[in-house]
Design a protein around this ligand. Structure first.
Ligand code: IMP
Ligand code: MG
Length: 180
């Protein structure tokens, strides 16, 4: 148990080891999906939650690729989805004719990813797919689902490995359930 974990009401859901293994697995699946594509592959990380996952995932993909970041905010300071999505930071380079893989920390209501897909589609990429480390086991109204999923998890608020509680606990090396 990490020293940081002891200071908060959290319990481990997914260990560091399990994350490591899953990232390797996802990297292999993504590599075999894109290896025969000739157009460039660009990973679009969703700030800030995906940064740890993106850093590990890109090293598990054995293909040339570009990295871009997109800032999207759908959560305020609360632990429930507001349904309001806005761009806080846009891509720096064009994605026209490239294969875009959106890299997200967690697929909850799906509103963020839905918004991103629609927004990026308008820029004429060759394809758009979504990779999420976590997917919450809930009923959704959005008409999209991620193409690559690490773990399906129960409908609990989770922190760690990039996921925050009002900006804290992103630096937990494992994923924990937060229950005050
Ligand atoms: P969605 O639009 O409802 O799918 O929410 C996606 C975003 O909400 C994610 O990128 C996270 O930043 C945040 N989020 C959703 N569930 C959790 C959670 O359990 N812990 C921390 N952040 C979460
Ligand atoms: Mg996020």
């Amino acid at each position: 148990m990490s020293a940081l974990m002891k200071q908060f009401p959290v319990s481990e859901l997914i260990s560091e080891e399990a994350i490591k293994n899953k990232v390797k697995e996802l990297g292999l699946a993504i590599t075999s999906h894109y290896e025969h594509h000739t157009e460039p592959l660009v990973l679009v990380g969703v700030l800030k939650g995906s940064i740890l996952f993106l850093a590990d995932l890109c090293r598990a993909i054995a293909l040339p690729l570009e990295i871009e970041m997109m800032g999207v905010s759908s959560y305020g300071e609360a632990t429930k989805s507001s349904g309001v999505v806005r761009i806080t930071q846009d891509l720096v380079r064009p994605i026209k004719d490239k294969h875009v893989l959106i890299v997200e920390d967690i697929f909850d209501s799906g509103l963020t990813v839905k918004y991103l897909c629609d927004n990026l589609k308008a820029r004429d990429p060759k394809s758009i797919k979504v990779c999420t480390l976590l997917k919450k086991d809930i009923q959704r109204t959005v008409d999209i689902s991620p193409d690559f999923v690490g773990f399906n998890i129960p409908d609990k608020f989770v922190v760690g490995y990039g996921l925050d509680l009002t900006e804290r606990l992103r630096n937990l090396p494992m994923i924990c359930v937060y229950k005050p």
